[in-house]
Design a protein around this ligand. Structure first.
Ligand SMILES: Nc1ncnc2c1[nH]c(=O)n2[C@H]1C[C@H](O)[C@@H](COP(=O)(O)OP(=O)(O)OP(=O)(O)O)O1
Length: 225
């Protein structure tokens, strides 16, 4: 059985706000929940009754305090995140925006900050970001990526003589990761750099149409009109 086979998926959004004139990108430091302690674009789950685009605009407003005109937010691509031995995939719709309204502000979930495009903190981001984000920034969209992730079993949280206190990740990748604190011998410790490691990927660039939906077998099921 393929350990990356999925039978269901959740729909997510991710918005990258780019200041072309100053060659900067707005990222948010995730303070809690799934992907905590990583920098990322702004986004989240699409709620019942809203379109994916509406969900993207709402999450951007909630997490960074800013709005983008509907016709100024552009779909850049689609990413399918697949987790080993987890039948639920994450279908992530990636958008880019070059203009916005309002004042950027922090919220209880995200702390926004501008970064020079040449200094993007990839070492503190989801490992797959360094695969597709440079292509988005180079204008190689629309893209479709399949990202295969493996769980890192342990995260180092603290240290005491010969032992470390670690957080063991909960068994499902689809809910917010809950962490159980346990103390284990030092030798079993693993670096604290996020609960998942990149295992493999496939990225298709410069597609002639924008992918809209992914089938469970990983093929593009439909394209945007
Ligand atoms: N692997 C990877 N690379 C880059 N970006 C992401 C991933 N996995 C992800 O989930 N993401 C992105 C997609 C979304 O923008 C967020 C996750 O959304 P989440 O915070 O779980 O959704 P919310 O609806 O905001 O969550 P709660 O409000 O329920 O906490 O990360």
């Amino acid at each position: 059985m393929d350990p990356f086979h999925i039978t269901s998926k959740k729909v997510l959004t991710l918005v990258m706000v780019i200041d072309k004139d100053n060659q900067k990108i707005l990222l948010g430091y995730k303070k809690r929940g799934f992907g905590a302690h990583l920098w990322n674009g702004f986004g989240g789950k699409v709620e019942p009754g809203e379109t994916v685009r509406q969900g993207a605009l709402r999450e951007l407003q909630e997490e960074a305090g800013i709005t983008v005109d509907d016709h100024k937010i552009q779909k850049a691509g689609l990413l399918l995140f697949l987790f080993e031995n987890d039948p639920m995939g994450l279908e992530c719709h990636v958008y880019k925006a070059y203009e916005y309204h309002g004042e950027i502000r922090e919220c209880e979930e995200m702390r926004p900050q501008w970064f020079d495009i040449k200094d993007i903190p990839y070492e503190q981001m989801w490992e797959d970001d360094k695969i597709w984000l440079p292509e988005l920034l180079k204008g190689q969209d629309p893209f479709y990526g399949r990202i295969y992730l493996k769980r890192k079993p342990l995260e180092v949280e603290g240290e005491e003589e010969g032992k470390v206190t670690v957080a063991a990740a909960a068994p499902s990748s689809t809910s917010n990761v809950s962490l159980t604190m346990v103390t284990v011998p030092f030798t079993t410790a693993q670096p604290k750099s996020g609960p998942f490691a990149l295992f493999d990927h496939r990225l298709d660039l410069n597609l002639s149409k924008i992918p809209k939906e992914i089938a469970f077998d990983g093929t593009i099921a439909s394209y945007e009109d």
